[in-house]
Ligand binder design. Sequence first.
Ligand code: SAM
Length: 202
Amino acid sequence: MRDKVKEGYDKGDYEGDYREGREVREKERELMESLFDGIPSESKILDLGCGTGLPFDRFLVEKDHQVTGVDISEKHVEMARENVPEADFLQGDFFENDFGENSFDAVVSFYAIFHIPREEHFDLFKKIREWISDEGAILITLGPDEMDDFEGEIGGQEMVWSSYSAEKNVELLEKAGFEIITTYTEDYREETHFWVLAEPVQ
Ligand SMILES: C[S@@+](CC[C@H](N)C(=O)[O-])C[C@H]1O[C@@H](n2cnc3c(N)ncnc32)[C@H](O)[C@@H]1O
């Protein structure tokens, strides 16, 4: 699955016609503002599957946060370094870097976690819980429904998605030590996304 995803984003035209002129949309901005309510100003934020850094990492650094982005696509990481030189970007898989306990105030991940097999989502949630401080928060996008190796196309390349239902996502996040603050299901460009804002259980 990872090879297909990496190749798709490295070779595809995902950042071209597909997303030309993309900006942080109103609802995304609103969710981000809710995240900021729960974390200190000038927080350390990890962005998993950061893509080209646009529009989210640019938005986060302009709010004076210190951003570290991770992405499996070499092309995207190269673009991110150019687009947002104020942030740090690492090329690799979500699981490749063990950042250690309490390394970040927040973890964000937009439209990316559904590109790894759903059987690994719980392990990733547990890792994220380790990486953020007890006072931290997460804002992530997941799939809304059961998808098991769902195959499609993006930017002219084969792509693959994997997800549990929204209810199961919530159950797994709670089991990993999070308290759900807000969820939001959105339909956007023929896709449905399940947003979760959550904090560590105190
Ligand atoms: C749909 S794009 C979203 C990019 C960015 N978050 C945004 O919203 O613009 C998904 C991103 O996740 C990255 N990705 C997918 N699987 C990954 C993995 N296992 N480890 C790290 N990055 C991954 C892809 O390379 C791609 O850049």
